[in-house]
Ligand binder design. Structure first.
Ligand code: AMP
Length: 443
């Protein structure tokens, strides 16, 4: 199947071809025909599957080929959770629509109102917005949604996770009841089912398995780490030995900032991306990353949403995410649409429950890797594996973290419990063995 099999107008066909796409991705194959036919749709598709084009192309087709009743207000509204995602959608929309006569714009928080008021004062057919700022404009009566023919809820699960449910409900209430609605979400639960019942009419359901398409192009790895200092060393090794650009995730804004500063002092070409930064600074960092003028970005989850950098070779979870879905979102930043990428998680003992939750969520055991010279002191073995007694191995980094060997140290070296083998007990907390039972290399 090619894009020519869709009944898209010549202007959009040219836009897609100019962009270098030839074959539609699975979500595009399944979503575009019913969306073009005017049906409501719920698509369960992860980021990285090509979902943006799956809703933008039918939206642009409508705007290009169907005459408006009045041209005074947006006819397509795309709601998306973050500013970065909104800008990315606009960039894609402008690329596909470059030969079409469609006015597109984006309004997001964190930037001044002035330019947005100018934008909203002009003709605008397709509006991409984040919920918070759109509510501000609705309250100031600087935007009208009564001409919306097509509403897209992009990353609906994430909008709910970010607490936008009331904003979304209020926005949708301002749109005409008679409209088409497309909902895209990576996950599905009762909250989304309720939202869908309230906002969609007889929707077609499409589910694109995470393993489909691009997910297979990401190599997932776990590096076990004994403590923070070990993580630092692993991180430096990984960053030094990758050819392309890297994105490193931390769990807090402070840690992102601190880690970026630390890496910068060590001579790496690095910047951070987090919610405490002004929007203009965030845009600068993103721009530098996209232009390949920056090799490493240390980011938090929210700030990293919507990053789409074709060259991104490596995603590193310096801290594992607390929400397993975020693992999929984070690692979806690499291995995008045909490119291959690596996703590495640095996992300390404390992180093991989070790793277990991620493996349960994705249904896959992530392969454990070790870097020669930087092996962890603690090793894990396949569940049920009967380890042969081994000679005591001296740790490569005997002083790293944890308690010193002594009366409070865990059991003797070479001991095995629950399929876990503790090579040498330096730095091992004896009371947290259970999650070392994971199978290794089962993928
Ligand atoms: P998305 O899931 O929309 O964020 O898209 C992920 C990446 O896939 C983006 O870099 C898109 O530009 C790219 N992409 C989308 N559709 C296609 C396609 N049919 N062929 C090649 N790349 C695509």
């Amino acid at each position: 199947m090619t894009f020519e099999d869709f009944t898209l107008c010549p202007a959009l066909q040219r836009g897609v071809a100019d962009h270098g796409y030839t074959t539609p991705t699975p979500v595009q194959r399944e979503a575009i025909p019913p969306a073009l036919a005017g049906r409501d749709l719920i698509a369960s598709a992860q980021t990285g599957t090509g979902k943006t084009a799956a809703f933008l192309l039918p939206a642009l087709e409508r705007l290009q080929t169907q005459k408006p009743v009045r041209r005074s207000a947006p006819r397509v509204l795309v709601l998306t959770p973050t500013r970065e995602l909104a800008s990315q959608i606009l960039v894609e929309g402008k690329a596909y629509g470059r030969h079409a006569r469609v006015a597109q714009g984006c309004i997001v928080g964190g930037v001044s109102f002035g330019p947005q008021l100018n934008l909203l004062g002009q003709r605008i057919d397709l509006l991409v917005a984040t919920p918070g700022r759109l509510i501000d404009h609705l309250e100031r009566q600087t935007v009208r949604l009564d001409q919306v023919e097509l509403l897209v809820l992009d990353e609906a699960d994430r909008m709910l996770d970010m607490g936008f449910i009331h904003a979304v409900t209020r926005i949708v209430a301002k749109c005409p009841r008679e409209r088409q609605t497309l909902m895209f979400t990576a996950t599905w639960d009762d909250r989304l089912a309720k939202l869908a019942r309230e906002m969609l009419r007889d929707p077609i359901r499409i589910s694109i398995a995470p393993s489909a398409a691009t997910a297979a192009l990401i190599e997932h790895r776990v590096h076990l780490a004994d403590d923070g200092a070990h993580k630092d060393k692993l991180l430096r090794h990984l960053l030094t030995n990758v050819a392309g650009q890297s994105l490193v995730f931390t769990k807090t804004k402070r840690r992102a900032k601190k880690l970026a500063e630390q890496l910068e002092r060590q001579g790496y070409d690095v910047d951070s991306l987090h919610g405490d930064m002004k929007q203009s600074a965030r845009n600068r960092t993103l721009d530098a990353l996209k232009r390949n003028q920056l090799r490493i970005v240390v980011a938090t989850d929210v700030a990293a949403r919507g990053i789409d950098v074709p060259e991104l070779a490596l995603v590193i979870n310096f801290d594992l995410p607390h929400v397993p879905e975020d693992y999929v979102h984070r690692t979806g930043r690499t291995g995008r649409a045909g490119a291959t990428g690596t996703a590495v998680s640095l996992v300390s003992l404390d992180d093991r429950p989070l790793l277990a939750a991620i493996e349960k969520f994705t249904g896959k055991t992530i392969e454990r890797h070790a870097i020669p010279g930087l092996e962890p002191v603690i090793i894990d073995l396949p569940a049920g594996h009967r380890a042969k007694p081994q000679p005591t191995r001296q740790p490569k980094r005997p002083q790293r973290g944890g308690r010193p060997q002594g009366k409070s140290a865990p059991r003797a070296s070479g001991g095995e419990r629950h399929g876990e083998r503790v090579a040498t007990p330096v730095g091992v907390d004896d009371h947290r063995p259970a999650f070392l039972m994971r199978k290794t290399g089962a993928r």
